[in-house]
Every structure is written in structure tokens, then in C-alpha cells.
Design a protein around this ligand. Structure first.
Ligand code: SAM
Ligand code: SF4
Length: 513
């Protein structure tokens, strides 16, 4: 019997990739992906523990399933990923109707564990060793890199893919739960990464984003030869079909000159670097144990500007960290004002049990102060992003077309519901892939393009080489291509443009499209 799988993913790109791989693994075994938990017999939540809010969301979602499980005890409910590793048996205590708890280092076990539960084996838990749970080698082994064969239909876009090059983290920033839930830092062998990227390129993938918590710390030694991220980028850029290479997230201290020169010299490297700073105050950085000063960050930033002047740089900041004064916060505002990041991801500090900061200091910044600082920093960054997007007006940029825009997807989903039901009622058989893209056997293909999209322009979205989002009218045949687009409007987050038609050539439409 075909099992119907519903999966919901919270968190970072690592989690999106993990969900893609779990789904691919289960689909190989005959599972069908559905977009509605009401019709699923297997419901998985791939979870995040970085902030309390992400965990609260999952417990609320689990709470909403309590009755469904009472009505149909054969439904399997699973919590996988970081919160599973963080809370372990406590998940069963808070939600006793959960059947499966699997940490991020044990995802390969999911298909077998589900089979055992279906066969009446009772609930299952598989997590990795705690960081202090044994010798480092044993702890490392208990966090297996999970990189099974890919399934192109499960990616949000078949032309783009995430590829993991490292797992875990050893930096132990005092606020961060990642080293606990994702385990020790381990780099994957370069040859494995190369094989995976070659296979993705053969499937038509044009853009690869390499993932690691501190991706620029990548280092793998094999037969006495050490491969750094810069070496890896040279190897991957030589693979036929790969047009764009990105890598996230960078650790400021490890932004070496060889890496900056590699991204300058390799034409496939995107002109984009994400290098989180976290705070503009040395006192706060010290308590965060980031191992650099604001002066170090400024020096690194100046080297980026010198080596690759046109690169877009983005950052992360935490506001309201333990003991953060108004003066500390003002220093963060100053750093953002002077650096003119393309974008900043701003988070209110969320104490995490099991971290040094939680153990050592009270969460002493009131919520309203955190909120105000968050809003002030966001307003400043948005103003900078708006101003820095204006020079694009009237310019042609190269855009890798990812697929229909959010708006186009919404319109199509509504139109599909009307076609299916003759009204706007909710679609019990709604289908969605792991990345939210409509599923191939539903109303759309792997790019989220409706099979019956024939008439009129389709609003498309893509990204420039410097990772700016561009929205423009086009047609499904342009998805996966790199096109010149002239920009006519811009806000803080998006450039709006028109395809430069003289470069495109005649479009040939198949009647069956
Ligand atoms: N490895 C990346 C790095 O070192 O920058 C980022 C990992 S973390 C998943 C993403 C971002 O979440 C961090 O850059 C930080 O700004 C934020 N973050 C991590 N722990 C947090 C916490 N306890 N409260 C609020 N934000 C947090
Ligand atoms: Fe967390 Fe710091 Fe590691 Fe990033 S470098 S994952 S913030 S501990």
C-alpha cells in the first residue's frame, strides 16, 4: 500500500536539504508526498532549535494533531532534526502521541524506523551521542553525514541545489545551540562532493550552494593532500554545466585571502558573501565568544572590498543579548550604517538551555527593548537596502530564472482550487513538494509551473549574480536560463524588471505546453 507523506520544515538551508533527502529516500520506497496533513498517514516535522519560537511553533503544530491521532491511531507522527536531538525523550512527554523522534545525525534510519512502527514495534527514538557522551571519534561517528542519492523532482527548482560540504560546528558561540544538536565539525571528502555536484550538473542543475555552519572553515585531508574551500571551488567550477557557485555561512575569522582571490578569479562564483558579525560591540562579541573584535571584522570587510569591490555582503545580528547596553546597541547601528550590507538578518536573543550564555548570564534585556532595537536596526538596514538598489534602475542584470514568483504560485494555487472544486474551498488533495513547490503529479511540474499554463505572461522570479531578487514577466520556457533583465523599479528587497527581448531570440512554443 502506498503511504502518504506530509512533511513540514522549519529552519535553515541545512534543514531544507535534509527534508529534500528524507523525502527522496521515502519516495524511492513508494511513499507519495501530499500537501495536507489531513490526508497523510505519515506526518514528519523537520525542526529547528536555534530560537525558542521555532520550537514553540512545532509544539503548537503537534497539539493540533492530537485529535487526528486519537481518531486514527495508525497515523505516524514524527519529529526529526534539531529539536529531536535537543529534547529527545522530552518530546514524548510533551506530545505523548508522537511515534518517532530522530536527530539530524540519524536521518538515514527513518524509513526502517517507520516500517518497525507500522509493524507494531511501538514508538522509536534515534539520536546521536551528546558532545560529552564519549571520545570525540565516537561522537563524530554518531552524527552521520546524510547524503543519499538525490531526487531532482523534490527540489524547489531543478536548476538549483544545496550541497552539504560540512556538518556540525566547533565554534561554541555562547548563545548557540548548533554545536550541541548538529555535533562536531566534520568536512566531507572533496571527492564525494565533486561526485555529487557532477551528478547534479548531469541532471541539469546550474547553480550549487555549498552548505556548512562555518563553510569557509572547510578543510579535508586525504592521502596527505589538504583541500580548502578555495581549492574545492576551483574543482567544482571545472564541472561542465555549473554556472553559479555560492557558499554559506562564512565565519569572519576564516575569511582567508586565498578564498577571496578564488571567488574573484573563478567566474562561476556568485558575487555574494554572507559573513555574520552578530554585534558591533567588542564587549558583547567577547561574551558571545565570537573570537574576533569589531576591528578584526572591519579589517576583514575592508579586505573583501579591496579584493572583490562589487561583491554584495550580508550579515546576521543578534539584538538584546545578555547585558547589551544602549551604547553597545548604538555601536551595532554604527557598524551597519558604515558597512552598508546588502541585507542583514536580525534576531532577538533567545536563551537556549545547554548553552554557555544561558548558564552564565540572565536574559536581562526586556522584550520591549529587544523589539525596539530589532525594529530600529531593521529600519536602518531597509533604508540602506532601498538606497543601494536604486542605482540598478535602467541597468540590465543577468538573472538565473528560478521559477514562478510567490504571487504567481498563489494565483495558480487558487485557480487550481477553483478548477478542481468550482469554488475556493480548501483542497483536500492539495500537493506540495519538500520545498513547497507543487508536486509533479499534482497541478504542476517540478518547477512549480502549471501544466496547463498557456496564455499570458507568467510572473517569474530569479536572482542576479550578487543574489538580488528580481521579479519580471516571462514564460515557463525561460525557467532555468540566465537572461538579461532591465530593471525599472526597486524596493528594499526586490528589483522589478523586463526581459531584454533583443537578446532572447524567438520563442518556440510547443502546442502541448
Ligand atoms: N553558523 C552560522 C554563523 O556562525 O553565523 C549561523 C548559524 S545560526 C543557525 C543562524 C543565526 O541565528 C546566527 O547567525 C545568529 O545570528 C542567530 N542565532 C543563533 N543563536 C541564536 C539565539 N540563541 N538567539 C537569537 N539568534 C540566534
Ligand atoms: Fe552557532 Fe557560532 Fe557555530 Fe555559527 S559558528 S553555528 S553561531 S556556534
Amino acid at each position: 500500500m502506498t503511504r502518504k507523506l506530509y512533511i513540514e520544515t522549519v529552519g535553515c538551508q541545512m534543514n531544507i536539504l535534509d527534508s529534500e533527502l528524507v523525502v527522496a529516500d521515502l519516495r524511492k520506497r513508494g511513499y507519495e508526498v501530499v500537501g495536507n496533513p489531513a490526508i497523510a498517514d505519515t506526518i514528519l516535522f523537520n525542526t529547528c532549535s536555534v530560537r525558542a519560537h521555532a520550537e514553540d511553533k512545532i509544539y503548537s503544530a503537534l497539539g493540533r494533531l492530537r485529535e487526528a491521532k486519537q481518531r486514527d491511531p495508525s497515523k505516524i507522527i514524527g519529529v526529526i532534526g534539531c529539536m529531536a536531538q535537543n529534547h529527545q525523550h522530552a518530546v514524548f512527554k510533551r506530545a505523548p502521541y508522537v511515534d518517532l523522534v530522530v536527530g539530524p545525525g540519524q536521518l538515514h534510519q527513518i524509513p526502517t524506523l517507520i516500517d518497525e512502527i507500522v509493524a507494531g514495534g511501538g514508538r522509536k527514538i534515534e539520536v546521536s551521542l551528546d558532545r560529552s557522551g564519549g571520545p570525540r571519534r565516537d561522537v563524530e561517528r554518531s552524527f552521520e553525514s546524510y547524503d543519499p542519492l538525490r531526487d531532482e523532482t523534490m527540489r524547489p527548482s531543478r536548476y538549483q541545489a544545496f550541497v552539504r560540504i560540512m556538518i556540525g560546528c566547533d565554534k561554541f558561540c555562547t548563545y548557540c545551540i548548533v554545536p550541541k544538536v548538529r555535533g562536531p565539525e566534520q568536512s566531507r571528502p572533496a571527492a564525494h562532493i565533486e561526485t555529487e555536484v557532477r551528478k547534479l550538473a548531469e541532471e541539469g542543475c546550474r547553480e550549487i550552494t555549498l552548505l556548512g555552519q562555518t563553510v569557509n572553515s572547510y578543510r579535508h585531508t586525504d592521502g596527505g593532500v589538504t583541500t580548502r574551500l578555495s581549492d574545492l571551488l576551483y574543482r567544482l567550477s571545472a564541472i561542465e554545466g555549473i554556472d553559479r557557485l555560492k557558499f554559506v555561512t562564512n565565519y569572519p575569522k576564516d575569511m582567508t585571502q586565498d578564498l577571496l582571490e578564488a571567488v574573484r578569479d573563478i567566474k562561476e562564483c556568485s558575487h555574494y558573501l554572507h559573513v555574520p558579525c552578530q554585534s558591533g560591540s567588542n564587549e558583547v562579541l567577547k561574551r558571545m565568544k565570537r573570537n574576533y573584535t569589531v576591528e578584526d571584522y572591519r579589517e576583514m570587510y575592508a579586505r573583501i572590498r579591496e579584493t572583490v569591490p562589487d561583491f554584495a555582503v550580508t550579515s546576521d545580528f543578534i539584538v538584546g543579548f545578555c547585558g547589551e547596553t544602549e551604547e553597545d546597541f548604538e555601536k551595532t547601528m554604527e557598524l551597519v550604517a558604515e558597512s552598508r550590507f546588502k541585507n542583514s538578518f536580525i534576531f532577538k536573543y533567545s536563551p537556549r538551555e545547554g548553552t554557555k550564555a544561558d548558564e552564565l548570564w540572565p536574559d536581562d534585556i526586556p522584550e520591549e527593548v529587544k523589539r525596539r532595537r530589532n525594529n530600529d536596526l531593521l529600519a536602518l538596514q531597509n533604508q540602506i537596502s532601498f538606497e543601494d538598489n536604486q542605482p540598478f534602475l535602467g541597468r540590465a542584470v543577468e538573472v538565473l530564472v528560478e521559477g514562478p514568483s510567490e504571487l504567481a504560485r498563489k494565483h495558480e494555487a487558487q485557480a487550481h482550487e477553483v478548477r478542481a472544486h468550482g469554488s475556493n474551498s480548501s483542497d483536500e488533495n492539495g500537493e506540495a513538494g519538500a520545498g513547497g513547490a507543487p508536486n509533479a503529479d499534482g497541478a504542476s511540474n517540478a518547477d512549480g509551473v502549471p501544466h496547463d499554463h498557456v496564455h499570458g505572461p507568467l510572473q517569474l522570479v530569479g536572482r542576479t549574480n550578487c543574489d538580488r531578487i528580481v521579479v519580471f514577466d516571462g514564460n515557463p520556457r525561460q525557467i532555468g536560463r540566465i537572461l538579461p533583465v532591465t530593471i525599472y523599479d526597486a524596493n528594499s528587497f526586490t528589483l522589478f524588471g523586463e526581459v531584454v527581448t533583443e537578446h532572447v531570440g524567438p520563442e518556440v512554443y510547443s502546442i502541448s505546453l
